[in-house]
Write a protein that binds this ligand. Structure first.
Ligand SMILES: Nc1ncnc2c1ncn2[C@@H]1O[C@H](COP(=O)(O)OP(=O)(O)OP(=O)(O)O)[C@@H](O)[C@H]1O
Length: 240
């Protein structure tokens, strides 16, 4: 039987919009503070099996990032349930969780621990992480001395070298210069040869076709198509 990697059951996410930061703060304490609501994800049901590579297509504001953030635990559903089985690595906010005063090496341990790895496991992965990030000279300097590209390279390198079981990629991601981006794409292709589950948010149907076999099309928070990637792209291009 196929193993479930990710399952959404009747998941909705409703954001509350307040007219000022003061009201937003009060809104955390009192339910009655006036606000508008935005349904970012509406009653979503979706099952992704281990080893599947799924593209999520949809225009700006369709709810794609909200869906990913709920998988990684950055935000929580307002209602419904999300089941996630496996170590998740998200190429979304690559530098989140870094301590600017810590060195690159110390941050590898910091982020590795956040991702649930033991120090012994991280020690084994450390050389590959440093090498891939091309930060040998700087790895023992505080991260605050890094350029934004260097930080992103370190973040990317940690995410792809920890042997994730579920990889979440947002194409908005731009890591370092062109040569490094090519290297990232090759690395993603390489880890996709294994038994990894991948979720790929993209506006590019070409990229979706290159990486994914299944396509989910989202519109206004709902899944409007789910199936073979060719059919999903056809739906997105002609019926969306
Ligand atoms: N923190 C938030 N507070 C309020 N509204 C939000 C928040 N995050 C997202 N939204 C709203 O939820 C809706 C879905 O946003 P989301 O970022 O998930 O869309 P998206 O499909 O990822 O878009 P894009 O392609 O532009 O990245 C949008 O209308 C957005 O304005």
């Amino acid at each position: 039987m196929n193993e479930i990697a990710i399952r959404f059951t009747n998941v909705s996410k409703i954001y509350k919009l307040y007219s000022s930061s003061r009201r937003r703060l009060l809104g955390l304490l009192f339910k009655r503070i006036p606000h508008k609501t935005k349904k970012a994800v509406v009653d979503m049901n979706l099952t992704i099996f281990r080893g599947e590579s799924v593209a999520v297509l949809g225009r700006n504001g369709a709810g794609k990032s909200t869906m990913l953030k709920m998988i990684t635990g950055v935000t929580f559903p307002t209602s419904g349930e999300i089941e996630v089985n496996g170590i998740v690595s998200a190429l979304l906010e690559l530098t989140s969780g870094f301590d600017q005063e810590f060195t690159g090496r110390e941050n590898i341990y910091l982020k590795g621990r956040i991702l649930g790895l033991s120090d012994a496991d991280i020690a084994k992965l450390e050389p590959a992480i440093v090498e891939f990030a091309e930060l040998e000279e700087y790895i023992d300097q505080p991260v605050r001395t890094y350029s934004s590209g260097m930080k992103a390279r370190l973040g990317f390198s940690i995410c792809v070298n920890i042997n994730p079981e579920i990889l979440i990629v947002d194409e908005a991601l731009s890591v370092g210069d062109r040569a490094f981006r090519q290297k990232c794409i090759r690395k993603i292709q390489e880890i996709m040869q294994g038994d990894i589950t991948m979720l790929f948010v993209t506006h590019s149907t070409e990229t979706a076709l290159e990486f994914c076999k299944r396509g989910v099309v989202m519109k206004a928070g709902r899944i409007v198509f789910d199936g073979d990637i060719h059919a999903a792209i056809d739906y997105y291009n002609t019926k969306y």
